[in-house]
Write a new protein. Structure first.
Length: 102
């Protein structure tokens, strides 16, 4: 029983640290200047993005490219600028984190 509790705590800590690490990456790459997890800022809330793209097979690839290249027209008139400071691997990490938000 103690072993199961330890494993559960270890997994919980890892998942929590991974989520925080990805939030930290979003802050580091200046994503949080226009986005927040639960509310619209300039761009949509990350939870709204996760809900909109939930279940779409191509969501990860589409959003990864949108982070890097920017886009417009999906969430209103304000375009999302290209984020050339974000590598493709970092963009994928951010998208996986965003899509995990509920």
């Amino acid at each position: 029983m103690k072993r199961l509790l330890f494993i559960g705590l270890a997994v919980s800590a890892f998942v929590s640290n991974a989520a925080m690490a990805n939030a930290d990456l979003a802050k580091e790459k200046n994503c949080m200047a226009c986005h927040a997890v639960g509310n619209k800022v300039v761009g949509p809330a990350y939870k709204d993005v996760a809900a909109k793209y939930a279940g779409q097979k191509d969501a990860e690839a589409k959003l990864t490219q949108k982070i890097i290249k920017g886009g417009s027209g999906v969430w209103g008139p304000v375009p999302m600028p290209a984020n050339t400071q974000v590598s493709e691997a970092e963009a994928r990490t951010l998208v996986k984190w965003i899509m995990s938000l509920k």
